[in-house]
Each structure stands twice: as structure tokens, then as C-alpha cells.
Design a protein around this ligand. Structure first.
Ligand code: BV8
Length: 227
């Protein structure tokens, strides 16, 4: 990769696929097994917290056992080499970027964190969260996974918008470009004058918006792109 100034990298579930974690919309993906409305909205949690906990407990246990792959490791190397110039944003909640040694902005939260549905207190989630668990701070709110559900406002949006405004290169890795506002980041970067590149197994819903495309599995394409 040629030396440039500020780079914003957005990752999606595809970067963790080769670590054995299912994506959402590929063949047999998570949304083929569960309806979003049943497991990934605040209404779903109010209606059937046990089902939502089962969905996230299964993913938390898989993520806990998973190892980062060569793509996560290459991004951590890039960040270490280009200190301060790489803003890594992920839609993923699996913690694999941290396991690879990267620092990352979790716009959709983290499986490893719990959130109080009443007072917004956050704490390290147990591997298995139980229905009926209450917040250790206020003792009132239900303990829920600290992930951003559909209809909820993603985290760190101002920090991300600032990074997009001042970046020279925007890269999207392993995302289908179907979930907003993340899917709109490429347009924000283009309007700020950045070059754009997409690394994916195939075309995504936002491929049209990228200047360059590298097609292939992330564990191969990301190290080749970075190194
Ligand atoms: C919000 C956390 C208000 C929980 C998730 C326009 C503007 C704003 C909002 C909307 C809008 N239009 C619609 C909306 C509402 C909604 C939305 O986008 N709906 C969609 C379905 C149309 N958005 C929201 O509700 C968001 N909140 O809008 O708040 C607001 C308004 C304005 C501005 C700001 C805020 C909240 C959305 C967050 C929902 N939570 N996850 C959890 O993980 O369970 S979303 C979920 O989808 C995951 O986070 C996932 O990461 C994310 C995106 O999916 P991808 O990561 O892209 O995964 P996917 O399976 O789809 O694709 C995998 C890709 O990898 C594929 O392209 C595949 O080819 C590739 N791949 C596979 N293997 C490999 C690979 N690539 C490389 N190598 C491989 N080996």
C-alpha cells in the first residue's frame, strides 16, 4: 500500500468469517437462522429476553473461542506502523480486532460488554447472560448485551464523522453495505475528497461507490494490501 495520510478502515462480518464466525447475509448466515425482529431490536428484548440472550450467548461463546485471522493481524500491524494515522471502525461485536492487538472503534457495541436497559451502566459481560439479571449499579434495569440493535443509535458517530471528514483513503473490508449508517460512510469519505477501496469476496450493495476493488478472501487480500 502506498503511503498516504489519514486512513479510515471499516470492517464487517466478512473479516471474521475465516475465524469461523458466521456472517449475517451470506448463505446460511445469521439472518437466515433468526429474524432480525426476533433477536436484534429493543422490542425483541422486551418481548422475549430469553430468546435474545440465547442468540447472543451462543455468539459470545463462539467469539470467545475464536482467534483473529491474518486479516485482523495485518490491520494491527498497519496501525502499529502508521501510528495515529489509521482509524479502524468495526461493525463487528466479536472482539477479534483487539485480540490481534489493534485499537478499534466499536460502532455496534461489543459482545463482551453488558448494558443496563435503565441507567446505561456498562460492565464486562459474563460468558452466559441470564434472563432476570439486573444491573449491578442501579439494581433496577435488566442486563442486556451492549450491542446496538436495529433502530438504536450507533456509538461514536461524531468521532467517526470527524475521521471521515479528514481522511485521504477510505477502505471497507468484508461488509455487504446493507446496514446504515455504516453503509453511507463511503459517500461521506468521497465527499471529503478521499480515495475509496473495497476488499470483499464479491460485489456489495455499495460497490458502485468505490474507486478500487480487491476481490478475494480477507485473510489473503488484506495482508497483501497492507504489506
Ligand atoms: C440507526 C449489532 C438511527 C448486533 C447490528 C438509513 C440511515 C440510517 C438508518 C437506516 C437507514 N436505512 C435503514 C436504516 C435502519 C437500519 C438499517 O440499516 N436497516 C437495514 C437492514 C436496511 N439501521 C439501524 O437501525 C441503525 N441505527 O439507524 O439509528 C440513525 C439514523 C441516522 C444516522 C445514525 C443513526 C443500527 C444498525 C445496527 C444494527 N446492529 N449489529 C449484532 O451484531 O447482532 S447490524 C449487523 O449488520 C452487524 O453489526 C453486521 O456487522 C452488520 C452489517 O453486516 P455486515 O457486517 O456487512 O455483514 P453481512 O453478513 O451483511 O456481509 C458480510 C460481507 O462479508 C459480505 O459482503 C460478504 O461478501 C463478505 N465476506 C464474507 N466472507 C468473506 C467476506 N469478505 C472477505 N473475506 C471473506 N472471507
Amino acid at each position: 500500500m502506498r503511503r498516504t495520510d489519514n486512513i479510515v478502515i471499516l470492517t464487517g462480518a466478512g473479516i471474521s468469517a475465516e475465524s469461523g464466525l458466521g456472517t449475517f447475509r451470506d448463505e446460511g448466515g445469521l439472518w437466515a437462522q433468526h429474524r432480525i425482529e426476533d433477536v436484534a431490536t429493543p422490542e425483541a428484548f422486551a418481548r422475549d429476553p430469553a430468546l435474545v440472550h440465547r442468540f447472543y450467548n451462543a455468539r459470545r461463546e463462539q467469539a470467545h473461542a475464536a482467534a483473529p485471522n491474518a486479516a485482523h493481524e495485518a490491520l494491527a500491524r498497519l496501525q502499529a506502523a502508521w501510528r495515529g494515522l489509521i482509524t479502524l471502525v468495526t461493525q463487528n461485536v466479536d472482539g477479534l480486532h483487539e485480540k490481534a492487538g489493534a485499537s478499534v472503534i466499536h460502532m455496534h457495541g461489543e459482545l463482551s460488554r453488558a448494558l443496563c436497559a435503565a441507567c446505561d451502566h456498562r460492565w464486562d459481560a459474563p460468558l452466559v447472560m441470564e434472563t432476570g439479571e439486573v444491573c449491578p449499579a442501579c439494581g433496577i434495569g435488566a442486563a442486556r448485551p451492549d450491542v446496538v440493535w436495529f433502530g438504536e443509535f450507533p456509538y461514536h458517530m461524531e468521532r467517526i464523522a470527524d475521521a471521515l471528514q479528514s481522511c485521504d483513503l477510505f477502505a471497507a473490508i468484508g461488509t455487504s453495505g446493507q446496514v446504515y449508517p455504516a453503509a453511507g460512510f463511503v459517500e461521506e469519505a468521497r465527499m471529503a475528497g478521499a480515495a475509496t477501496i473495497e476488499l470483499n469476496l464479491r460485489d456489495s450493495d455499495t460497490s458502485f461507490a468505490f474507486d478500487e476493488h480487491i476481490i478475494g478472501p480477507a485473510s489473503k487480500t488484506v495482508p497483501a494490501w497492507v504489506d
